[in-house]
Design a protein. Structure first.
Ligand SMILES: [Zn+2]
Length: 117
């Protein structure tokens, strides 16, 4: 049995996450992301070969475009919202809860950096 209070609580949580992102905006930003992926600017980012999250070195084919603020949460397909991420970090980010992801990043920061070659 679901009480009125439960329904009210769920409604509040949903509103918090949706943040007035409509489908048209999402589609437009996804389209822009595709364009951005083809840009010379992005190709240069990939050529640098670093994952934004774990700091590892990868070949351009191993890197994917990640939105710092996901498009589905109102993030934009702009240069300051996209970063190169290795496939592992990308799928981690997708499947972890935001809090677990934060913990993962914190762990990455604490690791001693390998000396740059
Ligand atoms: Zn990574």
């Amino acid at each position: 049995m679901i009480s009125n209070t439960d329904i009210f609580m769920k409604g509040t949580v949903m509103e918090h996450f949706i943040l007035e992102v409509n489908e048209t905006d999402v589609r437009r930003e996804r389209e822009k992301s595709r364009e951005l992926r083809k840009s010379r600017w992005w190709q240069n980012r990939l050529a640098l070969g670093g994952c934004h999250y774990c700091g590892g070195s990868f070949s351009p084919e191993e890197l994917t475009m990640d939105h710092l603020v996901p498009v589905s949460r109102g993030g934009k397909a702009s240069r300051n919202n996209v970063v190169p991420a290795c496939k592992e970090c990308n799928s981690r980010k997708k499947y972890l809860l935001p809090i677990e992801w934060e913990e993962y990043l914190a762990k990455q920061d604490n690791q001693p950096m390998e000396s740059s070659k």
